[in-house]
Design a protein around this ligand. Structure first.
Ligand code: ADP
Ligand code: MG
Ligand code: MG
Length: 342
């Protein structure tokens, strides 16, 4: 098997800190959310570097998913594309990808800074993400169709996109999804953060017809439902079904919608029968939880790996849950090395 999964997103370095309650108050952040740093919050990165014990780890939602899928799949299975600067942060990301079996095909912009994400861990297994995109926003469409990257897209079975891609030059992602879905590939979208369906609902509606699999957590699914005026936005079975019912350009394969809910069960609706299926999550003991940063990304990685191995839906979900549990047991968006069987 050769490079079956092609992931696209914002390559970010995570700057992770624990016991961040005071920072949540100071920067007016929710305990469990994902936002972009505005002017008021921009000083957080300097503050973290200056005053806190920061763990720097490879992050970025789709890149975490890529490393997760690579954990399970044979070598040379997963590619990740995004835009970085020519700095030390980009080198750290490359190191992690090399170590963990992901081929990165970065577009590099000279003199620019690689993006970063402040990950504030607080009690109750909450994580608040504050991102500064920097050059990761500047991925050019030409990069996809360059001589190095185009063959990787053309030979992939699955294309995985972060919902974050829809906030900036959404047309690029929409065209990519359209192109790969009409080429018979499986196109997968993660809604990524509640603000995506809240603020970029129109872009989601536009890309959805070209998405075969849509993954989200409960907060993102609820935000989508609210944006679209659904009467029961907190009923995940109803919301997942509504997403499955969105128009689709092709009828095969029927769309699969997956909604994870942290420690609670995962809801899945497939457009072949629209019957919601509920998959319980194996509870983790308190001492097994290090942090929940990137749990959902790891879930998506496990799910996709099993999917390209042509496992059935039950196994895909189970593999997602197992990889998420592994990620939760490591500090930051990491998996267990040396490798263990998932
Ligand atoms: P996101 O990170 O996108 O918010 P979730 O929080 O829904 O995604 O987590 C994804 C998966 O990670 C869940 O389906 C579950 O398998 C696992 N998970 C997350 N939080 C916990 C937890 N506190 N205990 C056990 N499993 C968890
Ligand atoms: Mg969550
Ligand atoms: Mg997520």
């Amino acid at each position: 098997m050769s490079y079956s999964i092609f992931c696209v997103g914002h390559p970010l370095i995570d700057m992770q800190v624990r016991e961040a309650e005071d920072l949540l108050t100071k920067y007016k952040l929710k305990a469990n959310d994902a936002i972009l740093a505005d002017v008021e919050r921009e000083p957080i990165y300097e503050e973290l570097a200056r005053e806190r014990q920061v763990v720097f780890v490879a992050g970025g939602a789709a890149q975490n998913t890529a490393r997760g899928a690579a954990y399970i799949l044979p070598p040379n299975s997963v590619v990740f594309a995004g835009c970085v600067g020519d700095d030390d942060l980009a080198e750290q990301l490359r190191d992690a990808n090399r170590r963990e079996g992901v081929l990165d095909v970065y577009q590099v912009k000279q003199g620019q800074k690689t993006g970063a994400c402040a990950v504030l861990i607080s009690s109750g297994h909450n994580r608040s993400l504050v991102t500064t995109r920097r050059v990761s926003n500047d991925l050019d469409e030409e990069h996809f169709w360059s001589p190095t990257v185009a063959p990787l897209i053309n030979s992939a079975k699955v294309i995985y996109m972060e919902g974050y891609m829809l906030t900036h030059r959404a047309d690029i992602s929409i065209r990519l999804a359209k192109r790969v879905s009409s080429a018979g590939k499986i196109s997968v979208l993660n809604l990524s953060a509640p603000y995506i369906p809240r603020l970029y609902n129109a872009q989601i509606q536009e890309i959805a017809p070209y998405c075969d699999i849509i993954v989200s957590n409960e907060a993102e699914a609820e935000a989508w439902a609210v944006s679209n005026g659904h009467p029961e936005p907190t009923n995940m079975s109803v919301v997942a079904k509504a997403i499955a019912l969105l128009p689709k350009a092709n009828t095969i394969p029927p769309r699969i919608v997956v909604v994870t809910q942290g420690a609670l069960s995962t809801t899945v609706v497939s457009a072949d029968d629209f019957a919601p299926k509920i998959y319980p999550v194996q509870p983790l003991r308190e001492e097994e939880i290090v942090d929940t940063n990137a749990a959902g990304d790891a879930f998506a990685g496990g799910f996709l790996a099993a999917y390209v191995l042509e496992k059935n839906l039950d196994i895909c979900i189970e593999t997602g849950h197992r990889l998420a549990a592994m990620c939760i047991g490591q500090e930051g968006p990491r998996y267990k090395w040396p490798k263990v069987q998932v």
